[in-house]
Design a protein around this ligand. Structure first.
Ligand SMILES: [Zn+2]
Ligand SMILES: [Zn+2]
Ligand SMILES: [Zn+2]
Length: 407
């Protein structure tokens, strides 16, 4: 609760002097409906999710065509060169390496090309067996087609869009394990740009972690936090929970943290709203006491009862509160809840008022004098309230202020 729990000043200390300040016309209508305006602000804070957005992509990766990269920077010459390298791979002329894949079939390749493109393959080739002039290496653990697409990319940077869609996770692992950064960048970009779904995000997250792709990991975690309910019921989550409970714990903690951040943001918004309402009440009070409005105003003014809507948002509620305050017959110590509220508003005004000698707000000077005797604790409470009310108004910007004299 943002409004301070301040003691209402004793009514008897100033007697009924307040009642003489206002020129009040009786107005038809249920004032009880209006009184609550100043008392119980309702929440309208939206569920504003502010999970930070990931940093921009480090570079713009190549766009893909059906068969070949189609980056607009590529010249025709480069395209032809790529074609030649692609043909060299697909025809395998002069191949001196056989890459054995998962299904025991092999892909012919050229050791010098593999060695240049991947330092890991270079080392493996150095240690490989040579039989009849052919080196044999194994790339197990992934489908044959994925290895084929991987080696093809090593030759010419060419790949089929379909292959990328189908084997992107395998290609990410291969490009990371064999140190082929251009392909790794393409895979990560592809994953970041729309491949992620509720069903695969947990798998991709684990892969992104093991393949050192921090930005992709971050995007996955962000997705989990945003859509925790449905992602935590997927098959991927259940498997992860079993094999990697530490990750599950980490993700749940991220969700809890985000949730409490969201609660805190909402709480602050609510708080600001209350302070802003108090500021509006201060403006309306000054306006009523200085100029009068519709049916209520200072004694020395002749009121022009007008049907034109007042532009002070808190004026109507405050008018009702003032009317109640003048006529309240509740004789409880400190007054009824509405009267207490009025005392607080008057005291708050006094604490914010810089012109008590010419001020027309009732009891402005009385409260200024009372301040001399207050305890340090009370003083600190009021100072905090005043600073928050001022800060809430300032946060709205300089053009929203109606009166310059008050603050
Ligand atoms: Zn008004
Ligand atoms: Zn009352
Ligand atoms: Zn004043």
């Amino acid at each position: 609760m943002a409004s301070p729990d301040l003691e209402s000043p004793c009514l008897s200390s100033v007697g009924g002097s307040f009642h003489g300040f206002f020129n009040i016309h009786v107005e038809e209508g249920n004032t009880a409906d209006i009184l609550h305006v100043l008392e119980a602000p309702t929440s309208s804070a939206s569920d504003n999710c502010n999970i930070p957005t990931p940093p921009p992509l480090p570079s713009k990766p190549c766009t893909k065509s059906k068969s070949y990269s189609r980056n607009i920077e590529y010249t025709v010459l480069l395209k032809e060169t790529k074609n030649r390298w692609d043909i060299l791979f697909t025809e395998g002329n002069g191949a001196d390496v056989h890459i054995i894949t998962e299904d025991k079939s092999f892909i012919p390749a050229h050791s010098f090309i593999l060695g240049i493109a991947s330092p890991v393959l270079h080392n493996i080739l150095q240690q490989s067996k040579v039989k009849n002039g052919i080196r044999f290496i194994k790339i197990p653990g992934v489908p044959h087609e994925a290895v084929y697409a991987f080696i093809r990319f090593i030759y010419s940077s060419c790949y089929e869009e379909e292959d990328l869609k189908k084997f992107v996770l395998h290609l990410l692992v291969l490009s990371h394990s064999y140190l082929v950064p251009p392909l790794k960048r393409i895979c990560i970009h592809f994953l970041e740009q729309g491949y992620l779904t509720r069903e695969n995000v947990i798998d991709v997250l684990q892969l992104a972690r093991s393949c050192d792709a921090p930005r992709l990991s971050f995007i996955c975690i962000r997705m989990v936090v945003k859509d925790f309910k449905s992602i935590s019921s997927t098959e991927g989550w259940k498997v992860m929970k079993r094999v990697n409970p530490a990750l599950e714990q980490e993700l749940v903690e991220s969700v809890v943290e985000e949730d409490s951040r969201k609660q805190e943001r909402l709480r602050k918004m609510e708080e600001r709203k209350v302070y802003l309402q108090l500021h509006e009440a201060m403006e309306a009070l000054l306006h009523i006491c200085r100029d009068g409005c519709r049916t209520i105003g200072p004694r020395d003014k002749v009121l022009k009862v007008s049907q034109v809507a007042c532009s002070f948002p808190a004026c109507k509620g405050l008018e009702a509160l003032v009317r109640h305050f003048s006529n309240c017959k509740t004789r409880v110590p400190g007054g009824c809840v509405h009267c207490k509220r009025m005392w607080q508003l008057l005291e708050l005004h006094s604490r914010m008022c810089n012109e008590p000698d010419i001020c027309k707000v009732p009891l402005c000077r009385h409260f200024k004098e009372k301040m001399q005797q207050q305890t340090k604790k009370d003083e600190a409470k009021w100072k905090l309230l005043v600073s928050k009310v001022i800060a809430a108004k300032k946060a709205l910007g300089p053009f929203s202020s109606r009166h310059a004299g008050l603050l």
